[in-house]
Design a protein around this ligand. Structure first.
Ligand code: UCC
Ligand code: FAD
Length: 640
């Protein structure tokens, strides 16, 4: 007689990995905050993160999973056939919005309870939130960027822009200025509110069909003044065009780039705009300007001045409503001069890039925490994985790379808030400008690699949807693409190096000063007689030996300029070598501060990896240096 089905197979059931308090389980985060926050601010932040760390592991995580299970839908017509273009999001998504407001995930950066350390606390909280947030951290990033633009414009007194734009009478300028001031102040209040009923999110409408990297060329959206002659900052315009990727399609506002046209020229040619107009990069219209767009619907829910053409069907980020929008005359307030749209939106982009780094570190930490716990519960070859050296090695690698990305993210946050508070020294401002693209490009790539490794650590189960592990890899894969893809950020690094050679000096000076201090701390720890001192000493020696290669590359890159083909070819290696070195410096500085063996070993292990890849730094240096002397085209040919 055959056995009943219930008896076939095995009675074994694997205990799944458990997620603990995301703050109290994260010793490295706690230690970093101990160094980066002043003692008077630390207890309050710790208390908040301890509470939130548990929410992130439980209720918020559940909401994030529900948002993935119930992705947004576009309902284009009502029952009577009327066009409504409703972006229907899940209750979980809406609950995540309320949580975000209550927790002050944007507000914290502007309330500045921790003064010139506020961004550090905010980014630490977002790092706990990210991997649980069902991508709600994406609209928050853009909302934060928009809030910063409003804050900067208000502080710069953009309420009286009479000298800007199209020569209107002063009284009109003052009137428009007052309206602008009021609109920005109102927007700022909503974007930074802790009240869920008041909190609004903002999108970032940059990318168009022709390209999201080269927006200056690719932008076909045009802006027509509502009233002829009123073209200054603070004037109302109508936008016509096609925005190809707009996340936060449920947002109540947006910052949008568009090209100005004189009154009366836009509507006819563009109201049906499918993106085939010929305004891109042409001289027919003036350069890009930046616009603040309040996104409005009428009482019946019909969109005012835009249509939602469709929601994107994406590899990941499925929780997030990313739409294609047709702009059919949406009202927009001009907030930059014509031709200054890109630099005007740059502060927003730099903030979203920092959020991207926090999200990258968050995914890394999540997969590492799950792998660590799984290793305790899973046995193979007669022993729990956690007790087997090669498995320990894999876990150590995950932890090391997570720690490195977190340290880099919080360092950028530290510098950013100094700048926002007006306390950054010139060297710190240069460092911030250089480290922002480096942190974004580096942590995003690290995130994909680390999450992939963590999924493999979970074996076949890592590939199974019900474990909620695959979604982490799907979602991490977007991080190197949006907010400036890797190569575009590498070019941004070259832009900084060429426009401000002091940035390279700030970078190398910071590295060597921190390494000197860390080496002194290693000696004070007892040098060879203590294992912490030994490990930190080894780290400093290895990192110092990587520094000249990077320095030489930087010198050559600055000398040859960003237009040099060979500099561009070598620049990706150079950017990664810089990021690896700087992470090593941060880990060494932290070990020097804490004096703990665990941190010294992290720095030593990182330096070992950094040293192993310093070959690429010096070959970059050679390639870049020779390009300055020889024909770049020939070199490029050989490289290809
Ligand atoms: O992807 C998007 C949203 C995704 C969802 C949100 C996720 C947030 C994270 C969530 C975590 C889960 S929105 C689309 C993002 N798109 C981009 O980031 C565009 C990528 N392309 C670039 O970044 C390019 O480098 C451009 C567009 C900036 C290049 O434009 P141009 O016009 O060719 O640039 P120029 O001529 O070199 O620079 C124009 C001016 C210069 O200043 P001036 O004129 O004063 O000399 C530059 O120094 O802009 C200045 N500039 C900057 N300044 C350019 N980039 C920057 C910068 N990053 N910071 C400061
Ligand atoms: P392209 O600009 O065509 O680039 C293609 C490739 O060429 C890239 O790999 C790039 O690195 C490379 N490249 C470009 N120039 C160079 C160069 N000079 N040298 C070497 N390589 C180069 N955009 C918004 O504005 N708002 C949003 O809300 C938004 N949400 C998004 C959501 C998702 C899920 C995704 C995937 C994208 C979103 N984007 C959004 C768009 C995103 O910012 C762009 O996709 C991105 O900036 C790249 O632009 P592109 O797709 O046009 O690629």
């Amino acid at each position: 007689m055959s056995a009943p089905c219930s008896q076939v197979g095995t009675s074994f059931t694997q205990d799944p990995p458990h997620l603990g308090n995301q703050f109290s389980d994260d010793g490295f985060l706690q230690s970093l905050l101990g160094r980066l926050l002043p003692p008077e601010a630390l207890p309050e932040v710790q208390q908040d993160l301890e509470r939130f760390g548990w929410e992130a592991a439980t209720s918020i995580k559940q909401l994030g999973q529900q948002a993935e299970a119930q992705p947004p839908r576009l309902v284009q017509h009502d029952a009577w056939g009327g066009r409504i273009d409703a972006v229907v999001t899940s209750p979980a998504w809406q609950a995540l919005k309320a949580v975000s407001a209550r927790e002050g995930l944007v507000a914290a950066a502007y309330e500045r309870r921790q003064g010139q350390h506020s961004r550090i606390a905010q980014m630490a909280k977002l790092y706990l939130f990210g991997a649980s947030s069902g991508l709600y951290n994406c609209p928050l990033a853009m909302t934060d960027g928009a809030a910063r633009l409003c804050e900067m414009l208000l502080a710069a007194g953009q309420g009286a822009p009479a000298s800007r734009g199209g020569g209107r009478p002063a009284s009109e300028g003052q009137q428009a200025g007052g309206e602008l001031q009021a609109a920005l102040a109102e927007a700022f209040c909503h974007l930074t509110s802790r009240n869920p009923a008041e909190f609004r999110t903002s999108g970032q409408w940059m990318t168009e069909k022709r390209g999201g990297s080269d927006v200056s060329y690719a932008t076909e959206t045009v802006a027509e003044p509502e009233q002829a002659g009123q073209t200054g900052v603070g004037s109302w315009y109508r936008l016509y065009g096609y925005k190809w990727f707009t996340s936060a399609a449920d947002g109540e506002a947006a910052m949008a780039l568009a090209r100005e046209l004189p009154a009366g020229q836009a509507g006819a040619g563009h109201s049906g705009g499918s993106g085939s107009s010929s305004t891109a990069g042409s001289g027919a219209a003036s350069g890009l300007a930046l616009f603040y767009v309040p996104v409005r619907r009428d009482a019946a829910g019909r969109p005012q001045g835009f249509e939602v053409v469709r929601l994107k069907d994406k590899l990941g980020t499925r929780q997030l409503p990313t739409a294609e929008l047709l702009l059919t005359g949406i009202r927009a307030l001009k907030i930059s001069e014509a031709g200054r749209g890109v630099p005007a939106i740059a502060p927003m982009v730099n903030i979203t890039r920092l959020h991207n780094a926090a999200a990258a570190a968050s995914y890394m930490r999540r997969i590492t925490a799950l792998a660590q716990d799984y290793a305790r519960r899973r046995s193979a070859f007669g022993a729990p994985l956690i007790n087997q050296p090669l498995a320990q090695r894999a876990l150590a690698w995950l932890h090391l790379h997570t720690a490195g990305s977190l340290a880099l993210t919080l360092e950028v946050a530290r510098l950013l808030v100094l700048q926002e508070c007006g306390c950054a020294a010139p060297e710190e401002a240069h460092l911030l400008r250089l480290l922002t693209p480096l942190a974004k490009l580096y942590t995003a790539k690290e995130s994909v690699a680390v999450v992939s490794e963590g999924i493999e650590f979970s074996g076949g189960q890592g590939y199974i949807e019900g474990t909620h592990l695959p979604v982490i890899l799907r979602d991490a894969q977007v991080l190197p693409i949006w907010e400036g893809s890797t190569s575009v950020l590498v070019l941004d690094v070259l832009r900084v190096l060429s426009s401000a050679p002091q940035a390279a000096a700030a970078f190398t000076h910071c590295c060597s000063a921190e390494l000197n201090a860390a080496a002194a701390a290693a000696a004070a720890l007892g040098g060879d007689s203590s294992s912490a001192g030994q490990a930190l000493g080894r780290a400093c020696t290895a990192l110092r030996s990587a520094l000249p290669g990077v320095e030489a590359s930087l010198r050559a890159a600055v000398a040859a300029g960003p237009g040099s083909a060979m500099v561009q070819v070598g620049s990706r290696d150079l950017a990664f070598a810089m990021a690896r070195l700087f992470v090593g410096v941060l880990l060494a500085a932290h070990a020097a501060w804490s004096g703990e063996e665990e941190h010294a070993l992290l720095a030593a292990e990182w330096a070992c990896e950094c040293g192993a890849s310093s070959g690429s730094a010096s070959s970059t240096a050679e390639a870049v240096a020779s390009s300055a002397a020889e024909r770049p085209e020939a070199q490029l040919h050989i490289a290809a």
